[in-house]
Design a protein around this ligand. Structure first.
Ligand code: IFM
Length: 795
């Protein structure tokens, strides 16, 4: 069977960095390439071909439209517009999908918080912009039609969205009964109103009504999907469009939809704009008010301007010009954008994660916060407090939880979860220069409360009370590597990696103890660090690399004596990140990474892949070799290799690891049809060389890769890092770079930084001048808010 061929990359997509957009020239990308449109409350995930899902707050309980993820036909349904010539009945979609007839010319683009389409057929041009503005909880569909032909055009314009049951899991299980508890009615405001009135829904009082309306005169409508689409048809050939138009159906039970029909006549050269609003509000009165507001003449333009201004302000806080176009693009635009979406959605809904069961993961969210701190300290602090509210008095935390849905949390206890929080807390103190928030109190999940510092201290106490027979932290349910529970089920297994994570955290805790007014704790943290460091460098050392764990049966995992899973990436990188590795061992371990784990498309998580280890009847993982958690290139873990190499001063190696995973670069190497996922956001993993699809990118968008890749690029390669005393400048760049420039807003001051590398070193700051004056060391002083300073750095 021949694979479909695709045109070269430049005929599929191209970047417009000036507009912060990626433009698509074909609609049939190898997978749906997504964007997230959101105002923080109301959200839409939308593909380059217009497929996608609309939800309010939670895709688990307030999912408004239906999206079918991996079911065929792919990428259906979506908020679609159909344009029909009333003279001949022909119709097509500005999104290209789903109608059979295609536009003669077409392109689409994802930008910051919006997705737009430009298409033309038979002299009718359509421009559509979808976005969620800051002023109303609605998806705005902004459609501009122009008649470029020589004769008048009489058109039917249909706007269509398939409503699902708001609770996606309930829909799968109980829709046969519950579907008769939903309704679509016509509100005397030229609006359709969808009500999800299903019994026993989790938060009936907070469940909104959905509205679908326009600022153009409505000709007809349908609220019943069977009426609009018809049976044995699909979004490709709706019966209402092929027949006599919408029938003004409402729905009291059944399969709901919102379909609006407009009749528009355009003279030659005439342009007309229509806006549709798919939104929600709690009552019909609130809907009426929202519509009055949305129908004001300048509402859409003002909403779009505010969206654009918000993103310009956000991304303007850190900008760079590197001698690498793809890297600059990622750092200035797509990486912080992706990281913000991770911060917002955790691992909840993407094309890969169906948004059905995952709430806020403690471990992942604590890491996501790291990349938002330079941009929005208030939101970061709120998230830290949200996490700490999931901590128990003994110091452990819930593994993941559901603050919006109100469901019971997942309570499995992992060796690493509770330790992560100290990292964003330290970063926040460094970013703001204000440690007073350490005294703010947050309740424990099981009662009582403590200061933020007190919470962090209890996390350390918990780990201290859970050390295994060799002295390393017990693995418990797992550590960062989810699959490790398989070798530690009996509760005796220990995590050598968690010892390193603990070490990293203990260094931060020594600072935080002083900042919080508890210098008496420092010695305890130091002692614990020294004990774990000793273990890591003795029992944890295998000869050429660091071991990964101790299994229940007392054998070491990650050792040369085994045939499979000899070496694991995380224990090599974190040995350096934690400062625990004796120097020669740190270097040797990272050399082993280069020799045994690195590929041309990123670093494998472990090697060799597991098929039978430790027991053919019960292998460590069920993942096929080279996939997911087993010998794939796990991008999240690659970020720590970049950081480790920077810490070792090996800028060329760090940059090699960084560049090879830039999505566009990896796609160019693997080929569009092999890589498949978006070229503008990081994926969680790429299939490894031991799989049959080396280079296939999986689980894009929502991945810890986003946060840590941003940290690796900005704080370690560019070396611009908030520190407690000021802004630390310590780049580690490839020797071939002559230098780079960056702008960083920090504590209200704008630093314009020029790094010069005439010596062609990788690392090592020779001198720094601020506004022409030489400073001591490499930490930039803090200047009054509103100041602009010029910083010249010589390597
Ligand atoms: O660390 C985990 C993460 O929490 C979920 N995805 C996989 C990672 C590695 O196992």
């Amino acid at each position: 069977m021949k694979k479909p061929t695709h045109q070269p990359l430049e005929q599929t997509f191209r970047f417009h960095d000036d507009k912060k957009e990626v433009e698509f020239l074909r609609h049939d990308t190898p997978t749906p390439w997504m964007n997230y449109l959101s105002n923080g409350t109301f959200h839409t995930m939308m593909s380059q071909a217009g497929g996608g899902v609309v939800f309010y707050k939670s895709p688990q309980i307030w999912r408004i439209t239906r999206y079918r993820f991996f079911h065929l036909p792919t990428d259906r349904s979506g908020p679609y517009i159909y344009l029909q010539d009333r003279d001949n009945g022909e119709y097509w979609c500005p999104t290209n999908e789903p109608a059979y007839a295609r536009p003669a010319s077409w392109k689409s683009a994802h930008g910051m918080g919006y997705t737009r389409f430009e298409a033309e057929r038979d002299g009718l041009a359509a421009k559509t912009v979808y976005f969620v503005g800051p002023y109303e909880n609605s998806l705005i569909w902004n459609l501009t039609l122009t008649n470029n032909s020589g004769s008048a055009k009489s058109l039917n314009v249909f706007a269509y969205a398939e409503f699902g049951m708001m609770e996606f899991m309930r829909e799968l299980q109980w829709q046969c009964y519950n579907k008769h508890q939903v309704s679509v009615t016509y509100l005397d405001k030229e609006a359709l109103v969808y009500k999800y009135g299903v019994e026993n829904q989790p938060k009936p009082d907070e469940t909104p009504l959905v509205y679908f309306a326009s600022d153009a005169p409505l000709y007809a409508y349908d609220g019943d999907r069977d009426e609009f689409i018809g049976t044995y048809r699909s979004e490709a050939n709706p019966e209402a469009i092929e027949g006599d138009g919408c029938t003004n159906s409402t729905l009291l039970g059944g399969d709901p939809c919102g379909a609006l029909q407009f009749q528009v006549t355009l003279q030659p050269g005439e342009t007309r704009t229509l806006n549709m609003f798919l939104g929600c509000a709690m009552t019909e009165e609130e809907i009426a008010a929202a519509l009055d507001h949305s129908r004001q003449k300048d509402f859409v333009a003002k909403s779009f301007a505010a969206l654009t201004a918000n993103w310009a302000d956000y991304l303007g806080k850190l900008e760079c010009q590197l001698p690498d176009e793809e890297a600059s693009r990622m750092i200035n635009i797509w990486n912080p954008y992706q990281a913000e979406r991770n911060f917002q959605f955790s691992r909840n809904i993407s094309f890969y994660a169906t948004g059905t069961f995952r709430g806020v993961g403690y471990r992942d969210t604590a890491q996501d916060i790291l990349s938002v701190i330079p941009f929005d300290q208030e939101r970061a602090k709120d998230k830290i407090k949200l996490l700490l509210g999931q901590q128990y008095q003994d110091g452990h935390v819930n593994h993941y939880f559901f603050p919006t849905e109100g469901w019971e949390p997942v309570t499995s206890i992992h060796s690493d979860d509770h330790l992560w929080t100290a990292l964003p807390v330290w970063d926040l103190a460094a970013e703001t220069g204000d440690a007073s928030f350490l005294q703010e109190t947050v309740p424990y999940y099981d009662g009582g409360e403590d200061t933020i510092y007190g919470h962090l201290k209890r996390a350390i106490d918990f780990t201290a009370s859970k050390l295994g027979p060799n002295g390393f932290p017990l693995m418990l349910r797992s550590d960062w590597n989810d699959q490790l529970f398989r070798v530690c089920r009996k509760g005796k297994g220990e995590s050598i990696w968690t010892a390193m994570q603990l070490g990293t955290v203990l260094l931060k805790m020594q600072d935080l103890a002083v900042l919080a007014g508890h210098p008496e704790d420092v010695e305890g943290y130091r002692k614990m660090y020294a004990e774990q460091q000793e273990l890591v460098n003795t029992l944890g050392w295998d000869g050429k690399w660091f071991r990964r764990a101790v299994m229940d049966d007392g054998r070491f995992l990650g050792s040369d004596i085994h045939d499979e899973a000899k070496i694991w990436l995380n224990s090599q990188t974190w040995a350096t990140l934690s400062g625990m590795a004796e120097e020669s061992k740190g270097i040797q371990a990272m050399d082993s990474v280069r020799e045994m784990l690195d590929t041309e498309l990123g670093i494998k998580k472990l090697h060799p892949s597991i098929t039978t280890f430790p027991d053919p009847a019960d292998p460590l993982t069920n993942y096929n070799k080279g996939t997911g958690e087993n010998g794939a290139v796990f991008c999240h873990a690659n970020t720590w290799a970049i950081i480790a190499e920077c810490m070792l001063g090996r800028g060329d190696q760090a940059y090699k690891y960084y560049r090879q995973l830039i999505p566009q670069v990896a796609m160019e190497k693997a080929g569009l049809n092999r890589y498949k996922a978006e070229p503008y956001v990081y994926a969680s993993n790429l299939f490894g060389p031991e799989s049959d699809k080396f280079g296939l990118a999986n689980v894009s968008w929502l991945s810890g890769t986003a946060a840590w890749m941003y940290v690796a690029a900005t704080q370690y390669i560019m070396g611009i890092k908030a520190d407690l005393e000021g802004l630390r400048i310590d780049p580690c760049i490839p020797s071939e770079w002559e230098g780079f420039t960056a702008k960083r807003r920090f504590r209200g001051c704008e630093y314009h930084i020029t790094v010069t590398n005439t010596s062609r070193s990788c690392k090592g700051v020779k001198e720094i001048r601020v506004d022409g004056r030489l400073i001591d060391g490499n930490v930039l002083p803090v200047y009054p808010a509103g100041t602009n300073v010029q910083v010249e750095v010589v390597l």
